[in-house]
Ligand binder design. Structure first.
Ligand code: 0PR
Length: 387
């Protein structure tokens, strides 16, 4: 550390040089990210609440009220405003909380010591973190021909140690929605916790439904769904970090609560202690500001661009893994390997990511990818195809 203070202008100049090395969403060339520019109003609100600490909520009762209201609002478009939960740092923390809650409840109520969870092959890697952090055995269910979890496998592999089954609504790699209705039936029948990871899909599916798109039920309207992850910092347009964990009742939160004797609240269920109030304030404000209509408009724009890109890819002779369900496309070149295609795109200054299951180049059509960016991309893909 420098001994003498350095002028702000000099520090800002240095920071600017570093920031210039970052890729910018505005360029429209980041194709593999589930995050995007946060909404300007959400950023404005976020800054106002930077000092609020929900880790000591008694000191920040107004901000705690905002978090509770945000939870109710999110619950309301996921089938139940009477849910319990927290605004957390992202999908990973939300999934960890869900698995921790389910595990602790299973220990308390069923005496299960060596807990197991069954997650689809398509589940996000955050469940691998649950494996070593929570000492849970993770069993991967294979996918059917539409890349959805095999409910027969789930049914057949539930045993006396199973503490939770997981379905994904908007898978990381393809945006696929698992058969949550069937998982809900299994959960009810076997009295096993069902967690739905809607980190990506939660802020898209309900609003596309408003517009008349058809999706099967995936949320708390189904009786077997016990908890859900939904991320404001993905399609919710909130600043990073913002995830959300919702529970149907407060049993899981209670099962995770630790005593915090010297704080204003005497118990805490979140993994994180000192935690942002700003994330709650930002998403609370943004949901009011955009309303369902605003989110529906965003979802529609992303889907229009997705469909335009999908058609363009097919017209050029690329192979789509499947017709996109949400604003995520997986595709391959008919001759080049996925890696070779990704390299060709990287050479042309596109930032792409690759999916593993199945192997494909993956594009998440977030709001920073505009129609003109897609035209540029298709033109480069035409070039790649012809060479
Ligand atoms: N659940 C699902 C279904 C996800 O897709 C993700 C993240 C998570 C949970 C975990 O969320 P957090 O990363 O918020 O903890 N999916 C993205 C992915 O792995 C995250 C991401 C976002 C990656 C932006 C890259 C990027 O540029 O692809």
């Amino acid at each position: 550390m420098n001994t003498k203070p350095i002028a702000k202008s000099e520090i800002l100049k240095e920071l600017q040089e570093y920031q210039n090395q970052d890729y910018k969403y505005e360029s429209g060339r980041i194709l593999g990210s589930m995050c995007t520019q946060a909404h300007p109003f959400a950023k404005e609100v976020f800054i106002k609440f930077l000092d609020s600490n929900l880790g000591d909520a008694g000191l920040f009762q107004g901000t705690k009220h905002i978090e509770d209201e945000a939870i109710k609002t999110i619950g309301s478009f996921l089938g139940n405003p009477e849910v319990y939960g927290n605004i957390v740092t992202g999908g990973t923390e939300a999934n960890l909380m869900a698995m921790r809650g389910a595990r602790n409840l299973a220990i308390n109520e069923k005496g299960i010591k060596n807990g197991e969870i069954i997650v689809p092959e398509s589940a996000h890697f955050s469940f691998k973190k649950a494996q070593d952090m929570l000492g849970l055995k993770v069993i991967h269910a294979p996918l059917d021909e539409e890349y959805r979890t095999s409910t027969d496998f789930v049914q057949d592999n539930i045993n006396k140690n199973t503490v939770a089954i997981v379905g994904v609504a908007g898978s990381t790699e393809l945006g696929v929605i698992d058969p949550i209705q069937e998982l809900s039936d299994i959960s009810t029948d076997k009295n096993i916790h069902l967690h739905v990871d809607a980190a990506f899909g939660g802020f898209v599916i309900p609003f596309l439904k408003d517009l008349g798109y058809h999706f099967p039920d995936f949320d708390f309207t189904l009786p077997g769904v016990d908890s859900m992850t939904i991320d404001p910092h993905k399609m919710g347009l909130a600043p990073i970090p913002a995830g959300c964990i919702l529970f149907k009742d407060n049993k899981c939160l209670d099962a995770m609560a630790v005593d915090t004797p010297y704080l204003t609240y005497k118990q805490q269920s979140t993994i994180v202690g000192t935690r942002l109030g700003a994330s709650s304030a930002a998403i609370f404000a943004l949901m009011k500001y955009l309303g369902r209509e605003g989110y529906a408009k965003l979802a529609q724009e992303c889907m229009d661009n997705t469909n335009f890109l999908a058609k363009g890819l097919k017209d050029l002779g690329y192979d789509l893994v499947m017709e996109p369900k949400l604003n995520i496309i997986g595709f391959n070149h008919p001759q080049l390997s996925t890696e070779e295609l990704a390299d060709e795109l990287e050479k042309r200054d596109w930032r792409v990511s690759m999916s593993k299951c199945p192997e494909a180049v993956r594009i998440i059509v977030m709001r920073h990818i505009k129609h003109e960016n897609i035209l540029d991309l298709l033109s480069d893909l035409k070039d790649i195809k012809n060479n």
